[in-house]
Design a binder for this molecule. Structure first.
Ligand code: GDP
Length: 195
């Protein structure tokens, strides 16, 4: 489904720039540095397709990729920068809210959570936004290779407890390591199964 078929389409800074809502789409959200670019690169099998262009000074774009003719894959800007200017955050939140609430063809959001850190307050905010927009979301743990198996359980329990508070949450959590390739085929299968 994915390899060789993924192309960068455009970066969007306003609702007027969205491509036509003519196919199902999935989006990826997560705190800056969570490993989102690495995961999208691993998922699509294209190194460097998602650039780590996540510095607060850069334009906060919603990046659209095409997966063949069948899907859009959407890379949302990383959130939770300690030093991001207030007006940058406000502008991005407004666009995010409009996008999530207005995009008819958005089938699922993947919310990336660092396996070392679990769900943080900013993640809860995104989850609450997804609830209010009635967008089903699924959690993806990233960088699982950085955590010993025994240390994963408390994090998983914390994530499960967070998900239980959010009506739009999909119960299954996907464990991934872009570094090792763990969980990537599983996630690819999940995306491919969405229609
Ligand atoms: P983004 O800001 O969310 O796009 O995060 P990046 O994909 O740029 O990753 C942030 C940092 O985490 C980089 O130094 C990556 O090499 C590292 N990283 C990302 N995924 C993994 C992973 O699965 N395992 C390990 N060990 N490091 C990772």
């Amino acid at each position: 489904l994915f390899a060789g078929e993924v192309e960068f389409l455009k970066g969007v800074v306003a609702m007027s720039g969205l491509p036509p809502a003519d196919r199902p789409e999935v989006c990826f959200a997560g705190r800056s540095n969570v490993g989102k670019s690495s995961l999208i690169n691993a998922l699509t099998g294209r190194k460097g397709i998602a650039r780590a262009s996540n510095t607060p000074g850069r334009t906060q774009e919603i990046n659209f990729f095409t997966l063949g003719d069948s899907y859009y894959l959407v890379d949302l800007p990383g959130y939770g920068y300690a030093n991001a200017p207030v007006q940058v955050v406000a502008k991005w939140q407004a666009l995010l809210k409009q996008y999530l609430q207005g995009r008819q063809t958005l089938r699922r959001a993947f919310v990336l959570i660092d396996a070392r850190h679990g769900v943080k307050a900013v993640d809860e905010e995104i989850m609450a936004l997804l609830d209010s927009a009635a967008v089903t979301f699924q959690c993806v743990l990233t960088k699982t290779d950085k955590v010993k198996a025994a240390d994963r359980d408390p994090v998983l329990a914390q994530v499960r407890a967070a998900l239980a508070r959010h009506p739009a949450a999909f119960p299954e959590i996907v464990l991934t390591s872009s570094e090792k390739g763990d969980g990537i085929a599983t996630l690819r299968g999940i995306v491919a199964g969405i229609d």
